[in-house]
Design a binder for this molecule. Sequence first.
Ligand code: NAD
Ligand code: UDP
Ligand code: UDP
Length: 314
Amino acid sequence: MMKYRILVTGGAGFIGAHLCERLLQEGHDVLSVDNYYTGSKNNIRELLANPMFEAMRHDITFPLYVEVDRIFNLACPASPIHYQRDPVQTTKTSVHGAINMLGLAKRVKARILQASTSEVYGDPEVHPQPESYLGRVNPIGIRSCYDEGKRCAETLFYDYHRQHQLEIKVVRIFNTYGPKMALNDGRVVSNFILQALRGDDITIHGDGSQTRSFCHVDDMVEGLIRMMDSPSHFTGPVNIGNPTECSIGELSELILRLCNSRSRLIFKPLPQDDPRQRQPDIRLAQSQLGWEPKVTLEEGLTDTIRYFESALMS
Ligand code: NAD
Ligand code: UDP
Ligand code: UDP
């Protein structure tokens, strides 16, 4: 198998840290670039002992000059509470960050993969969402810094591909969860698990009938690696996510049962532009990458709950 010098932006984040670990296991030379906005050095602490791993503090909205063969561009806060804290920086990270990483890829002739998102579909009126669906996104709402930033990044990837013949890969990631999510992440899986373990009230937004489809991080990393390794003519965009759809109410019940918790459910207002439903159509990933998720929601949540239990004790 070929060994590459691989740059992972956002390498100290939740998905990035798992990806770095897996790439090191495959024998690659891995450089994590992260400004630790939402990520943490703790996520990559064990990797630092490996001489094939290097961590650099850097904000990708500024130029970066390194020599690599492949780039996974994951840098960007993913949780609504974090990406809405400094929305201008969120758009800069997606747009200026993509321009810099594409400029880098162009100079060193590296293959580059973009971590895009199911949010490019917005609040969809097509269900489940195939890659051909163009989306229904509000350009001026509180989620727009993230959604439109990621849409513009996709545009940049395809324009560098057409204009400069760059080898690109675009993956649309659907809701992903697992160990190494930050305790203050603010997304639904980590919030509910923490609330259930602490006996706090479970905060359901709206009536809990909105749906998401949750993918375990091990399946996600496998999908990202398969996409990066796919033949150069296949650029995507490709959906990677778990098609098992679940309402937020059902998720709360499952987490309460698995945590053996007696927390109460409380209902909060639904945030503006919160998508009603989301489920990936993964037929393209199945046919082009031979990929499909293996971890069930119950197995994945059990694994994640174990992680949060030990994180709470340390
Ligand atoms: P995360 O917030 O844990 O990780 C993002 C990482 O990027 C963090 O370590 C953060 O410090 C770093 N970062 C942010 N801005 C940066 C900048 N300007 N320069 C350098 N580093 C910066 O989120 P995650 O869940 O691991 O998401 C990783 C990627 O996957 C993101 O691009 C996200 O948009 C995408 N994604 C994730 C999900 C999901 O459910 N987890 C869903 C769709 C898309
Ligand atoms: N860039 C970078 N690292 C490199 C090469 C380029 O960060 O190794 C940045 C550079 O600062 C520029 C951006 O990538 O702003 C886009 O580069 P490109 O060559 O596409 O455009 P140009 O330099 O002509 O604006
Ligand atoms: N959500 C919730 N309680 C929480 C956090 C989130 O009910 O404490 C809801 C949120 O409004 C959304 C769904 O859970 O409908 C998924 O939210 P998350 O922030 O995890 O991801 P995204 O909305 O980006 O898919």
